[in-house]
Design a protein around this ligand. Structure first.
Ligand code: ADP
Length: 439
């Protein structure tokens, strides 16, 4: 079976965000971690999102990894390719959005000309429900321009200009144009005519205005025949409906249907973000938890053994258990001063990876992980390469399912980046699975 949409995401949580929107819009979706070394072995899949780590690496590596992902997605029969990046257009003046979009377009042009309507692609970063909109090519976060939104201070890719036409023009030798809201307002035909006009002028990249969901709907209709679209996860809300109208995608009753979950419930939290700290505190008012401390972990593995014993004594199918390193900014600073930030983080991540491996090996079947880096460590500790995306727990965070060594039944896994989720996320996540583990 061929997939309809093949997506290449420049980071892990961004990939999940897109996959989550696709499932909600009715596509059965798999997220892979890196490019698989084998063909897709399921035939009930409409979209695959390949998660790379290509946002902040050197442009050449981002291009190479993205082209490898493209080749794999083409081999799975993808009709349309989606290059997914952050809704705040996270990139440096040298890339990687421009170089990757150019490379993908050129490869598509070379390999499947009949599907490519001219050598042109679009940039649709907007995600209106999260307050990311684009007007006259300028990106807003809520009511602030991008360069006044806090993103100007980002440690890896500070965004100091909200004019995306100008930002992208620095990342590509090719001209950049604009599909403005006034044109979108006239509908998909007018928008397509404008794109064709820009194509005739040799304009390869087109930044698209997007004020609201309605614009995303018009954009999906406008762009469905392009071999390559690029943008944030917002466009993932509206493309599937157009695929269905084209007859490319069969309607399914529940695209996020997963196998029944089983096994004990565990939360591993290595995030120190404000939302997670609130979730940990809330959970501990009614459940038991074990606190890890990087200063103690630095001395020996004794604390990991204690955490394992604590969990094993309590794990059952009805009550989730928490192991956490989440700590206040003062505690984190203290650990970082003694150990260095990298070493403190690594000690915690290594501990979490080992705890996940050992506890999944002995009965955990439902696992929530809090923290982006922590999730990365746990997923690689478990050797996970593929996730089937299930139903959303809170915006941007779905349950997923995967097969892991040492466990016959699938493992249910929810990976939450730091600032996501309501205060009762941990208990609600298990309740959403519908069996046990609710209190
Ligand atoms: P978030 O998604 O909230 O940013 P991450 O998991 O990405 O969470 O990052 C949190 C980082 O902080 C990880 O590297 C983790 O190992 C580290 N960390 C967790 N607890 C502590 C602690 N008590 N002291 C110092 N560093 C910690």
């Amino acid at each position: 079976m061929s997939i309809v949409l093949g997506a290449i995401a420049d980071d892990f949580t961004g990939a999940t965000d897109l996959a989550n929107n696709l499932v909600r819009a009715g596509m059965r979706c798999i997220q892979t971690i890196g490019v698989p070394d084998h063909d897709l072995d399921a035939d009930d899949v409409d979209a695959v999102v390949v998660a790379l780590k290509s946002r902040s690496c050197p442009a050449e590596q981002a291009v190479n990894d993205s082209l490898t992902a493209l080749a794999w997605l083409q081999a799975q029969g993808a009709r349309q390719i989606f290059f997914k990046y952050c809704s705040t257009f996270d990139s440096t003046p040298r890339g990687n959005i421009g170089p990757v979009a150019d490379a993908l377009l050129e490869r598509l042009w070379a390999t499947q000309q009949e599907q490519v309507k001219g050598e042109q692609t679009v940039m649709v970063p907007a995600f209106p429900v999260n307050g990311r909109t684009v007007y006259q090519g300028h990106l807003f976060v809520g009511d602030r321009l991008l360069n006044d939104s806090g993103m100007q201070h980002h440690p890896l890719n500070p965004m100091r200009d909200a004019d995306l036409v100008r930002v992208l023009a620095q990342q590509t030798p090719h001209p950049v144009g604009l599909l403005a809201h006034a044109t979108l307002d006239q509908g998909a035909e007018a928008a397509q005519a404008h794109l064709a006009e820009l194509r005739r002028k040799g304009i390869r990249h087109v930044i698209c205005d997007t004020l609201d969901e309605n614009d995303l709907t018009v954009l999906a209709e406008t762009l469905v025949d392009l071999a390559l679209v690029t943008g944030g996860s917002g466009l993932g809300q509206t493309l599937p409906e157009v695929y269905r109208r084209r007859g490319w995608l069969a309607p399914v009753a529940n695209a996020g249907q997963l196998a029944p979950s089983s096994g004990a419930a565990l939360v591993l939290s290595g995030s120190c973000s404000r939302a997670t700290l609130g979730q940990v505190e809330h959970f501990l008012t009614s459940h038991e938890g074990f606190a890890l401390d990087p200063l103690t972990l630095a001395d020996s593995d004794t604390q990991i053994e204690e955490a394992l014993a604590f969990a094993r004594a309590r794990l059952d199918e009805t009550t989730p258990v928490l192991i956490y390193a989440s700590a206040s900014p003062e505690q984190v600073e203290q650990a970082q001063q003694r150990l260095g930030a990298a070493q403190a983080g690594e000690l915690v991540e290594r501990a979490m990876a080992r705890l996940a491996r050992e506890l999944v090996g002995t009965g955990v079947g439902r696992l929530v992980v809090a923290g982006g880096e922590t999730s990365g460590a746990v997923v690689s500790g478990l050797g996970v390469t593929e996730l089937r995306i299930g139903e959303q727990i809170d915006p941007g965070v779905p349950w997923t399912q995967t097969q892991v060594a040492g466990r016959d039944a699938p493992l249910s896994l929810a990976l939450k980046s730091g600032n996501f989720g309501g205060v009762d996320f941990f208990t609600r996540a298990f309740a959403a699975l519908g069996q046990g583990a609710t209190s």
